[in-house]
Design a protein around this ligand. Structure first.
Ligand SMILES: [Zn+2]
Length: 233
């Protein structure tokens, strides 16, 4: 058995811890991505709502025009009473008839605009429904991610306990070297391949390094990356 076997055991646990920590870091981002999936549906709804607003505006505009002309006719008719000549009276009648023609025009426009409202309202309802559906799917995924996060945190806590136990079996001097290197390199302990190549950085080691690793008496570091070498069985 390799003299660094306790370090290999520790490294196995550290590998799991790293994976769990990475997953904990990634989950918020994955949740954001889930929420972003709703952007398309939200934009579609906003577009439909804007269109509906415009269509409603066209109805209101036509309505306003009709109302203004009706008021004008009313005012003209009140004036008509005080007119002196028949000619003036006729002139006013002509004007009223002209305005009534305009009213008919705007009323037709208003009806058409109201017809246009129907499909647009339908689009809004559809877009709302679609967003609701997607929101439900996203809520489901997000709940799964939250559950996963809780599970990963529990796993991490268990792995940390396991690590503390495992660390007790490592020689303090080995531990010091391992911990110092762990901040820069991963994995820290790598096998020396049979052609005397470091499995971490792939540098060919001098024969003396191979001999020391085979002797299996202490920590032997790669000459390039400093990783701890052991002889693969
Ligand atoms: Zn190396």
């Amino acid at each position: 058995m390799s003299v660094v076997q306790p370090l290999l055991d520790l490294q196995e646990i550290d590998g799991r811890i790293r994976g769990l920590q990475q997953e904990i870091r990634d989950i918020p981002q994955r949740k954001d991505q889930e929420h972003e999936r709703l952007n398309g549906a939200r934009e579609a709804l906003a577009r439909a709502q804007a269109e509906l607003k415009n269509a409603q505006l066209r109805v209101n505009e036509a309505e306003t025009e009709v109302k203004a002309r009706r008021e004008k006719i009313q005012a003209l008719k009140q004036n008509q009473v005080s007119l002196k000549t028949n000619k003036e009276f006729q002139m006013l009648n002509l004007e009223i008839a002209k305005i009534e023609g305009e009213i008919e025009n705007y009323e037709a426009r208003q009806l058409a605009a109201m017809d246009d409202l129907i499909p647009v309202k339908h689009q809004v309802a559809e877009a709302e429904e679609k967003l609701k559906e997607q929101q439900a799917v996203v809520d489901g995924y997000v709940a799964e991610l939250d559950a996963r996060l809780a599970a990963v945190q529990a796993e991490l806590s268990a792995a940390e306990t396991e690590r503390a136990e495992s660390a007790k079996h490592v020689t303090p001097q080995f531990m010091l070297y391992y911990e110092r290197l762990r901040a820069k390199r991963w994995p820290v302990v790598v096998s020396l391949q049979h052609d005397c190549v470091c499995n971490g950085c792939h540098l060919v080691q001098p024969p003396s390094v191979g001999q020391m690793v085979r002797r299996n008496q202490g920590i032997v570091a790669c000459q390039m990356c400093g990783r701890i070498l052991y002889m693969a069985e």
